[in-house]
Design a protein around this ligand. Structure first.
Ligand code: WTA
Length: 635
């Protein structure tokens, strides 16, 4: 029993050792004591990283919504499950109790059924951060449909790619969304996306901004009247442990986005267990994660992890700067938030505004602060620690990924002594290691290498939707029998890990993963562009910003470069979304290439970082003369 909630460092080490030496016994006990099963498993774990094939709790039967909702009703029916804080602070917050959540999820599930959605069907959810987003996700899980949430900042093209990749038959969206002082025409984006999605038979539309939108007859339905007519009872579909729960797309270094597939039982057990410990969640705490449910952080630590613990979780529709930069702190004071989980990019943006906005609010309710999504730099860490946590609330710098499903390396607050910029120690059950470039494991401390995980954990993604080979190639081929994260890390003298950043062609901008290949494809769509290469460069607030080197086609005409820059960014916005816009665009006559024709990104990165004193070995370049041209024309 005590293993479920770690309270001091010695206990951490003790439980950690058990989780590593007897993983099956360890996870079996956690699963047995803290969840509701329709049938227990026949086997706790079977795995083979060479295939790769990973199965947890095989043979078990359950429904995750019974664990997140139904089982709490007897003791927590009147407790608030979700606090919805709208974009506009003048609009009242909504408190949804577990009883209400139960009814609303069931009604929504019945509406999905009435639209013909069945177990195993894929449902695309393209919604802003309103209660219907969490409810639709849970409604899918209730009936065994696989949700695929697409972040509502993605463009029509990005949305249609994702809808088609997983063959979604239905889309749930809204008439629009609020974002600070602006509104966004989400339904218009869906209409455009669906022009190239033949498999979508119906669209359910939530009324949020009451705008006048086009409703395609026979295809589009307002949600509310359907909900009003639906029963509030819906028996949960009984799922196998390894049935897919959801697909969530993440950028890859090459090719189209990868639909990471998460399954039911392991994901539930691990997200619930990490939530409890990483946030030291106690009954009556009010937990707030500022992420969007369109990302993995929102799936695991706004919806599933908190609700599986019967917690109160805040859903915030707005942005940190609206109506002013005090909004986060106003919400903390208003709802007496105890755990606050956000991204370094937000911390840096708020730190830049000074203390005026912070001092206006009472932050004494806070107990634990969290950080996620990208490395947190020293300055941001101290600002957060000193001014928000008042040096009393530990910062949990949580490292993990869409692929890992749950938090992997993190301090446990009040247990693990924190260290600025360090994610510190592996969570219970997680066995990290560092590898060198030649494929050898790096032992000892005070070392740096590529971060891998050598043993399965319950919430790891099981495959890439429709492309198991790519799953194997991306994660299990770089190092034999190890999961490769794509991140670099160092391990200090006591064994604490610090994540140093991506070692592949994924760039994290404001906490969002962007693959350079997809952006280059978009840039190359411009009729004047012959070729392009995108790299990241350091940015005060975003962490990284994007730098594009662009070669124009030689048409003999002269073009206005500023107009071209705008047009290129417009194309990126249409293909991916505004998050992928380039901060700098340099037009160049050529790109440095190896003899085999590969772009030498290492050199382009150095130039973008303004670090040209030592470009390293350029002797293998096919065209060393372009370097001079590039360096002389840095914008
Ligand atoms: C990065 C987000 C440093 C890392 C949960 C990882 C981090 C990628 C941290 C996954 C952290 C996430 N410190 N880097 N605490 N957390 N990252 O899939 O590069 O959106 O591989 O999942 O974010 O991003 P994703």
């Amino acid at each position: 029993m005590s293993n479920y909630h770690i309270k001091h460092l010695e206990e951490y080490y003790q439980v950690y050792r058990k989780s590593v030496s007897e993983p099956e016994n360890f996870w079996e006990e956690i699963a047995e004591e803290h969840f509701m099963w329709r049938k227990k498993w026949d086997k706790v774990l079977s795995w083979d990283f060479s295939k790769p094939e990973i199965k947890w709790f095989e043979g078990a039967k359950l429904n995750i919504t019974e664990n997140c909702i139904d089982r709490h009703l007897a003791t927590r029916g009147q407790k608030t499950a979700i606090i919805f804080e709208p974009n506009d602070p003048k609009e009242a917050a909504e408190h949804i109790t577990y009883n209400h959540l139960h009814k609303r999820v069931n009604q929504f599930a019945n509406v999905l059924k009435s639209q013909g959605v069945k177990k195993g069907d894929r449902v695309c959810v393209y919604l802003p951060m309103i209660p219907e987003l969490a409810i639709s996700v849970l409604a899918c899980a209730r009936i065994g449909a696989i949700h695929s949430v697409v972040f509502a900042g993605f463009s029509a093209t990005a949305l249609s790619t994702r809808i088609n990749d997983s063959d979604c038959k239905i889309v749930i969206t809204s008439d629009g969304s609020y974002r600070g002082a602006k509104t966004i025409d989400l339904k218009g984006i869906v209409d455009e996306a669906l022009e190239s999605c033949e498999g979508v038979a119906s669209v359910l539309v939530v009324k949020r901004i009451h705008s006048d939108i086009h409703m395609e007859s026979g295809r589009d339905h307002w949600l509310q009247p359907l909900l009003d007519g639906a029963s509030t009872a819906c028996d949960p579909e009984i799922m196998d442990a390894e049935d897919p729960l959801f697909i969530l797309y993440t950028s890859g270094s090459t090719g189209k986005p990868k639909g990471m597939v998460h399954t039911t039982a392991g994901y539930m057990v691990y997200t619930a267990y990490t939530f409890k410990n990483v946030f030291q969640y106690k009954e009556n705490d009010v937990y707030w994660c500022t992420a969007d449910i369109g990302w993995i952080t929102g799936h695991s630590y706004i919806v599933y992890g908190p609700l599986a613990n019967g917690a109160t979780t805040v859903m915030f529709e707005g942005v940190p700067s609206y109506p002013d930069f005090g909004r986060f702190w106003e919400v903390v004071e208003k709802h007496k938030v105890t755990q606050f989980y956000t991204a370094p990019t937000a911390i840096r943006a708020l730190a830049k505004q000074g203390m005026g906005f912070v001092e206006k609010y009472d932050l004494t309710s806070l107990k634990v602060l969290g950080s996620v999504g990208e490395p947190i730099n020293e300055g941001a860490w101290h600002w957060y620690n000193d001014n928000i946590g008042k040096k009393k609330s530990p910062i949990v710098d949580t490292w993990w990924q869409t692929e890992t499903g749950g938090i992997m390396i993190t301090p446990i607050p009040f247990v693990t002594p924190t260290k600025p910029t360090y994610a510190t120690l592996p969570f219970i059950g997680i066995q990290p290691t560092l590898m060198d470039e030649n494929g050898k494991e790096i032992t000892g401390n005070q070392v740096e290498g590529r971060l891998c995980i050598i043993f399965p954990w319950p919430s790891m993604a099981r495959t890439i939707w429709g492309n198991h080979q790519r799953y194997k190639d991306t994660y299990f081929s770089a190092y034999e029998n190890k999961y490769f994260t794509g991140d670099g890390a160092l391990r200090d003298e006591v064994g604490y890990y610090r994540i140093t950043g991506r070692v592949d062609d994924v760039i994290i901008v404001s906490g969002h993963n962007l693959g350079t290949a997809t952006i280059e494809d978009a840039v190359n769509e411009h009729p004047a562009v012959a070729e392009s290469a995108i790299v990241g460069f350091p940015h005060d607030i975003k962490g990284n910003a994007l730098y594009g080197y662009v070669i124009l086609k030689d048409t003999g005409e002269s073009r206005d470069q500023n107009n071209l820059r705008k047009e290129i960014n417009q194309i990126i916005t249409e293909h991916i979304g505004p998050i992928a816009k380039l901060d700098k665009i340099q037009f160049t006559s050529g790109l440095p290439k190896t003899r085999s024709g590969k772009i030498m990104r290492r050199i382009l990165r150095k130039i973008a970082h303004k670090d040209t004193s030592n470009l390293g070995d350029t002797s293998t370049l096919l065209n060393p003369e372009v370097l001079k041209d590039i360096m002389e024309n840095v914008p």
